[in-house]
Design a protein around this ligand. Structure first.
Ligand SMILES: Cc1cc2nc3c(=O)[nH]c(=O)nc-3n(C[C@H](O)[C@H](O)[C@H](O)COP(=O)(O)OP(=O)(O)OC[C@H]3O[C@@H](n4cnc5c(N)ncnc54)[C@H](O)[C@@H]3O)c2cc1C
Length: 446
């Protein structure tokens, strides 16, 4: 009898899951496991909203596995130690998991692989969380892309979408599954949040995807920049937790575009956003220094002012700039923020308040349900002008004209800052024109 462990991490689903399918094809029994890792749970950039969403996704996964004939095993403790217990208790001959591209995950997985090999267990890691892996899309000279547009052309040229079937779990008499702790609560993990979560789990992810592809994607390219509208997919928490696979998402978009030729530009724009996701993963993989410093090292010398009072006002949505405040209040209330507002609030923090992008990056990580090191870091460095290509440092958003353009009737602002037109609303904490000149001088000095 061949026994394999499938180690769930950011792939909390049964369908279209590369490692899980491979484990089930290659063995008689698959033992699905999830380990709550104290190193991740105690990291300074982990926030309650994403932990809450993860727990709900795990609750749903546990049920789905039960319906499919298996039992999800939970453990909580140092990963290498827990994995050694699990391998010993199950007598597994193989360990399957989907690859993760973050620096900490790479170290952790290398340690687990070493352990497994020392126990004579075969380790099979799989490509799953991206469409193309970092080393699959390289320039002709074999080096990684630093600029998005040529990367995106190479990415599209290699696109082949194939979605994988769901997995069932064989129950074999004579095999006793290992012990599991009950799914921990937020309190047991040391977190609490009052955020109202979006529906979690694989089915909720698929339903959101289906709804989006049936309706909203039809106008994606024209509506995606207006925060008052439901113009984007809101799939990011599902893609982040892996309750939806990026393959399924891209394949559905391609299918929708084929079915309705008019949809082509919209589906294409949507897929482009998924390319940004892969792009930032390959940046993090090839240039892991971005996790702790600027992509372009010269920008590490920027002399930020880092005024704590300004930072607090930004976090709490009381800068006196209505669209910035509305965005920050959306983040605090929902654990999600519209992409246009992520760009506006991030540019405002760095270019108007002259506060390091790293302060903002951490705040977003702590608050977002879709908090993702690669995309968040890439987005922040893009806005601060310290990152790969794109925004040159001298392009600075004017938060007032951005509001006129993207929330012309003030609908979104009124939703989150109802007091914006009253005396109760604070005056702007800085003068945009003056701060703009200061920012330009700061960057120019380099
Ligand atoms: C400062 C800043 C911080 C960000 N932090 C995160 C983060 O922590 N996690 C995260 O998933 N995205 C992040 N983004 C990217 C983007 O804002 C969100 O992915 C998007 O708003 C999610 O909403 P949606 O699912 O409706 O997106 P849609 O517009 O419907 O896009 C579909 C999917 O494509 C991916 N995507 C879209 N835009 C981007 C992008 N610019 N970069 C990478 N992937 C993208 C997401 O997986 C998204 O769900 C950040 C952007 C900025 C400017």
């Amino acid at each position: 009898m061949k026994i394999a462990l499938h180690w769930f991490r950011c792939d909390l689903r049964l369908s279209d899951n590369t490692a899980l399918l491979a484990a089930s094809k290659e063995s008689d029994v698959v033992v699905p496991v999830f380990i709550f890792d104290p190193a991740i749970l105690s990291a300074p950039d982990i926030g309650a909203p994403i932990v809450a969403f993860m727990i709900e996704c795990l609750r749903s996964l546990e049920k789905n596995i039960e319906v499919a004939g298996g039992r999800l095993i939970f453990r909580h403790g140092p990963v290498v130690q827990e994995m050694s217990f699990l391998l010993r208790e199950t007598g597994a001959q193989a360990l399957h998991y989907n690859r993760d591209y973050e620096p900490y995950a790479r170290e952790r997985d290398a340690a687990v692989e070493k352990l497994a090999h020392s126990m004579g267990v075969e380790v099979c890691s799989h490509k799953d969380g991206v469409i193309h892996e970092p080393d699959e899309i390289l320039k002709d000279d074999g080096r990684p892309y630093r600029v998005f547009t040529p990367y995106s052309h190479a990415w599209r040229a290699r696109l082949r979408s194939a979605v994988l079937p769901a997995v069932k779990f064989a129950r074999l008499s004579g095999f006793k599954p290992p012990k599991s702790i009950p799914l921990p609560t937020m309190k047991q993990l040391g977190f609490s949040t009052s955020i109202c979560l979006p529906p979690a789990g694989e089915r909720a992810g698929r339903e959101s995807l289906g709804r989006f592809m049936a309706e909203d994607v039809l106008q994606y390219a024209s509506r995606r920049d207006f925060p008052a509208e439901e113009g984007t997919s809101r799939l990011s928490p599902h893609i982040r937790m892996g309750t939806l696979s990026p393959r399924t998402v891209v394949a559905m978009a391609e299918k929708a575009a084929e079915a309705h030729p008019k949809m082509h530009p919209h589906a294409e724009t949507f897929v482009k956003e998924m390319i940004w996701r892969d792009f930032y993963r390959q940046v993090l993989w090839h240039f892991p220094h971005v996790a702790t410093s600027s992509f372009k090292p010269e920008f590490n010398e920027l002399k930020w002012e880092n005024d704590k009072r300004f930072f607090d006002a930004w976090c709490e949505g009381r800068t006196g700039f209505p669209l910035v405040d509305a965005g920050m209040r959306q983040l605090n209330a929902k654990g999600w923020m519209h992409n246009r507002l992520r760009m506006i609030t991030a540019t405002f923090l760095t270019k108007d308040l002259l506060i390091s992008w790293q302060w903002g990056e951490r705040y977003f990580m702590q608050k977002l349900i879709d908090a993702d090191l690669a995309s968040n870091n890439g987005g922040w460095q893009w806005c601060a002008g310290t990152g790969t290509d794109a925004q040159p440092y001298f392009r600075i958003f004017n938060p007032i004209s951005q509001a006129r353009k993207f929330d012309p009737e003030g609908v979104f602002i009124r939703r989150y800052v109802p007091e914006a037109d009253t005396l109760a609303y604070p005056a702007p904490i800085v003068d945009h024109a003056r701060q703009r000149l200061k920012a330009l001088a700061l960057y120019k000095r380099l």
